[in-house]
Design a protein around this ligand. Sequence first.
Ligand SMILES: [Zn+2]
Length: 279
Amino acid sequence: MRENPLLKARKEHYAIGAFNVNTFDEMVAIADAAAQVKLPVMLMASMSSAKFFTPSVFADLVHTLDRSYPIDIIAHLDHCTDPELLLTCAREGFDSVMYDGSHTPYQDNVRVTGELAAQCHSLGVLIEGELGIIAGEEGPVKSKFSEFTDPDCAGDFIEKTGIDSLAVSIGNQHGFYKGEPKLQFELLEELCGICTAPLVLHGGTGIPGSDIARAIRMGICKVNVGTEIRAAYARGILDYAGQHADDADVRKFVTYLRSRIQETAGRYMECFLGKEDIQ
Ligand SMILES: [Zn+2]
């Protein structure tokens, strides 16, 4: 099986950025941003994005970029609630997948995540699980409320399932935050002390850079960002079209879009270095 890149990140106190993408241009822009800070990066497909590209095309595009860039670029499936699709992605070349059983009863989450982990590992694919409920909406998974990750269950969950990383709910949310996000650093500290698997922070959009950097220094090894990439993409299209309505030069248009996405992803990546002086 491929080495878990999150273990190296944890040891060296940085995080791997994991960005949701729906087009090849987002992939290129994010790869460019990652190459600038010399960090590995994960390009993530939601379930609908995996179907939109088809799993093999998504994985092949990521692997093509991985061969062309001096950094590791990893194909990851985000928040999958469908075991069949998850295993298809694992067989068709994804390096890493997430099974999200967080909305199911604890024992069911343990059983299904554990079964999928065994199958993924036999294919050489890494798997992320989730415990606790993250408020907001991400693909098929939505919740109006948060349920923080229970530290009494976290160690047991990791041990019984054999997952390679665990997504935690510590005040983070999907989508844009209403009001200032408040991460529960005491809970994170407790979870870091208990969990043998690297921890993942979802809902990176809108969390202050200083809080992200602090969470990374404490032990977060992967940070997911989706909403702000989608927003940068949509705003880029509207801005460019508003100013160049008659310009049919597609490459100029795409170059502009890529630069907007690269700039947005780049701001997050500076935080992923986990340094003290991020504002
Ligand atoms: Zn998420």
